[in-house]
Write a protein that binds this ligand. Structure first.
Ligand SMILES: Cc1cc2nc3c(=O)[nH]c(=O)nc-3n(C[C@H](O)[C@H](O)[C@H](O)COP(=O)(O)O)c2cc1C
Length: 377
């Protein structure tokens, strides 16, 4: 099977597993500790059932959204994910950005992307969001907001669920680190996937591309993947004072924090548990949506990610109060399976599934969905 023939996201996952060395597949696919939250993120969507209305004219369905000041015809955006050249060594983020651009998808770019934010912007002239991680060594981030603005990123998102790295046990088991070290554990995994290995050797090491001066590289090595654990609400307030475009805060799970984010002046509260990669045993994202939507009460947009693999998941999120839905692994499996064509396939699958689910629900636009459309088993 080729990525273009994948019928659903699970097919793309199977293809990604076939193509990638186990350690790289597990880095995408895995979660923290016992992976309870990782499983819950998808399971809790499935635990909810949809109730439809009949005899509604659904010949025209509008899936468009408006989020953080930009519009997209698609009902989902692409979440920021690190190191995409690990998953597609040749182009990484550029392949994802091109597919996103062709579908007018909003693409969120990680601080630790393996292509420069300027090159990604050239590949995706449409709406883009820049995601920020903060290191202790602030010199690393010097000028990055100005660069993002100059390159046309309209929205900025601060990710706040990573004061420590989640305990992702598949990684040490596989001997996996970013960047990949060649050793007795990793070499056999790489040799088992020669096509991937050839791409990797051709493409060169997948390193954070936005910090490429000698001084920055050195500082990055010293930070050793750790982000500043001391940042607080004051940092968010400072960001608000220096970023004049739409600002979001990503990694939210509680109504009290959502209210504090409103006080800090954010435009978007991004509900996320990092795809189950950080604090394990926290609730599935979808379970935290309704209380947060109640607390936010329309004063900011609500973006939700975590466990979205089907159009029906997307429909449920809008019904329960999301203003936008983001997907991570769904498009990363596509990227690994087939580069730009694989991401395009992931986007098409989710778009078609959502459109079909809307027709079957008797709903013509996402705003027509409401909590009464969803029942919990
Ligand atoms: C491989 C991988 C790398 C990620 N890297 C980042 C990142 O650099 N910044 C960030 O804010 N979130 C990152 N995330 C989290 C995603 O933005 C998103 O919250 C998560 O993937 C949503 O869950 P889903 O994969 O079930 O859709 C990453 C997720 C994955 C799977």
């Amino acid at each position: 099977m080729r990525a273009a023939n994948a019928i659903n996201i699970e097919d793309l996952r199977t293809l990604a597993k076939r193509r990638l060395p186990r350690m790289v597949f597990d880095y995408i696919d895995g979660g923290a500790d016992d992976e309870q939250t990782l499983r819950a993120n998808t399971q809790r969507f499935r635990d909810r059932e949809l109730l439809w209305n009949v005899l509604v004219d659904v010949s025209d369905i509008d899936l468009s959204i408006s989020v953080m000041g930009v519009k997209s015809p698609l009902p989902f955006i692409l979440a920021p994910t690190a190191a995409q050249r690990l998953f597609h060594p040749h182009l990484g983020e550029l392949a994802a950005a091109r597919a996103a651009a062709a579908h007018e998808a909003v693409y969120a770019v990680s601080t630790v992307a393996t292509q420069t934010l300027e090159d990604i912007a050239a590949a995706h002239p449409g709406p883009k969001i820049f995601q920020l991680y903060v290191w202790k060594n602030r010199a690393l981030l010097e000028g990055i907001l100005e660069r993002a603005k100059a390159a046309g990123y309209t929205g900025l998102v601060l990710t706040v669920d990573l004061p420590a790295m989640g305990n992702r046990e598949r990684d040490p088991r596989n001997g996996f680190t970013v960047p990949v070290q060649l050793n007795a554990k990793t070499i056999p995994q790489a040799l088992a996937k020669p096509a991937y290995l050839i791409d990797l050797v051709r493409g060169g090491p997948a390193e954070p591309a936005n910090f490429n001066t000698a001084g920055q590289k050195d500082a990055l090595d010293r930070e050793n993947g750790r982000f500043d654990p001391s940042i607080t609400w004051e940092y968010l307030a400072w960001l608000r004072s220096v970023w004049d475009g739409p600002l979001g805060v990503k990694g939210m799970a509680r109504p009290d924090d959502a209210r504090r984010a409103l006080d800090a002046g954010v435009d978007a509260v991004w509900i996320s548990n990092h795809g189950g990669r950080q604090l394990d045993t926290c609730p599935a994202s979808i379970d935290t949506l309704e209380p947060i939507a109640k607390a936010v009460d329309g004063q900011a947009e609500i973006i939700l990610d975590g466990g979205v693999r089907r159009g029906t998941d997307i429909v449920k999120a809008y019904a329960l109060g999301a203003d936008a839905v983001a997907v991570g692994r769904a498009y990363l499996y596509g990227l690994a399976a087939g580069g730009e064509a694989g991401v395009a396939r992931a986007i098409e699958i989710l778009r078609c599934e959502t459109e079909r689910a809307m027709a079957l629900m008797g709903r013509r636009s996402l705003s027509e969905l409401n909590a009464a459309d969803v029942i919990e088993r």
